[in-house]
Write a protein that binds this ligand. Structure first.
Ligand code: AMP
Length: 342
């Protein structure tokens, strides 16, 4: 259905000319070769309309940029199921708390575009699973401003706006942000949105650490200690799998890991340790995310946690302390699904 010709995408229908038409009204942005970058909604809508007329399907992958393999896994899944993929890159201010890291959140536009170009090459190659490729990047400019905060009140508001701008057949979210998946599923149901919500499992490092745009700030020492979040969740999962159902038993298993690691770290010298605070460890209903006292074995549950890795107190010479030299606090989140027991 589509192939790469001299690095430029060509379709059996004329999607490349549709792209040219749709983007002529777009503000000038340095354009990569195999997809178009849109800053404004009207030209993006025009493209969407043309694709619809040509019976093409759109999978939508919203991101905040600083792309990694986790994001790419969502796009690969979208490519299996749709002819065209829209990816948005927008650092959503409402996803950050008052004291969180909005200003230091990594913004890596050039390398993001490079990764998407490379992935498009891969997707266009013979033998790639499915026919879809990335057609459009939607990178709206943040028109935040004190007078209009109401437009950016939460994840649901921003996603609703992105969905209205792209009217996707399917949207792709990572399991990693489990609260987000519940909000979005609920919103699609309540507002009768004609889009299918697809949840893709969390991509991890070999030892289990969930990939995250924020990991670049960790450095070696905090990265190793940060793995505690995954180990704690796994201990809680093991308790469930061994037959435990109560909150005290399941979360107690996680707590004993975080408590032990924290006291080990506290006993070390400031130049050797990485301190952290457990923000929360939660055991919740998979549909509502209400906290559970007891897991209903027919339904299962969601284990989730957040650890706040404190800045390093002292750096050692030659140590890799990560971007920001170990001074940027990093909040790690992760979750595991407790499957219903037969
Ligand atoms: P973000 O750019 O962090 O807002 O993430 C954009 C999308 O990628 C969200 O749907 C995330 O849940 C998803 N995502 C982030 N990290 C991962 C990961 N390690 N594995 C799978 N999906 C992820």
């Amino acid at each position: 259905m589509s192939r790469l010709v001299n690095g430029v995408r060509s379709f059996s229908t004329t999607a490349s000319s549709l792209l040219a038409d749709a983007s002529s009204a777009s503000r000038s942005v340095a354009q990569p070769s195999s997809f178009q970058v849109f800053r404004d909604v009207p030209p993006l809508r025009q493209l969407r309309h043309q694709l619809l007329k040509n019976e093409r399907t759109v999978g939508f992958v919203p991101t905040m940029g600083a792309l990694h393999e986790g994001h790419l896994s969502l796009i690969r899944e979208a490519a299996r199921e749709n002819t065209d993929i829209f990816v948005s890159i927008f650092v959503n201010p409402t996803q950050f708390g008052v004291n969180e890291d909005l200003s230091s959140y990594p913004r890596t536009w050039d390398s993001d575009v490079e990764k998407l170009e490379k992935l498009n090459d891969e997707l266009g190659r013979a033998g790639a699973p499915g026919a879809g490729q990335i057609t459009a990047i939607f990178a709206p400019t943040s028109k935040r401003g004190g007078s209009r905060p109401v437009f950016f009140r939460g994840v649901a508001t921003v996603c609703m706006k992105l969905f209205n701008a792209t009217t996707p057949d399917r949207v792709y979210f990572g399991q990693k942000d489990v609260q987000q998946t519940v909000i979005i599923k609920r919103m699609v149901q309540d507002f009768l949105l004609g889009t299918e919500v697809r949840i893709i499992s969390t991509s991890r490092e070999a030892d289990g650490l969930a990939l995250s745009s924020r990991n670049v700030y960790l450095g070696d020492r905090r990265r190793n200690v940060g793995l505690t979040i995954y180990k704690a969740l796994r201990a809680a999962e093991d308790a469930y799998l061994s037959g435990k159902a109560s909150r005290a038993d399941i979360l107690g298993a996680a707590r004993s890991i975080t408590d032990r690691v924290l006291s080990e770290q506290k006993a070390l010298a400031p130049s050797e340790r990485a301190l952290f605070e457990v923000d929360y460890i939660s055991l919740a209903d998979p549909d509502t995310l209400d906290e559970l006292d007891l897991v209903d074995s027919a339904k299962g549950g969601v284990l989730s946690a957040a650890l706040k890795m404190a800045p390093l107190e002292e750096n050692k010479p030659g140590e890799d302390c990560g971007l920001g030299d170990g001074k940027v606090p990093v909040r790690l989140i992760d979750n595991l699904i407790l499957q219903p027991r037969a």
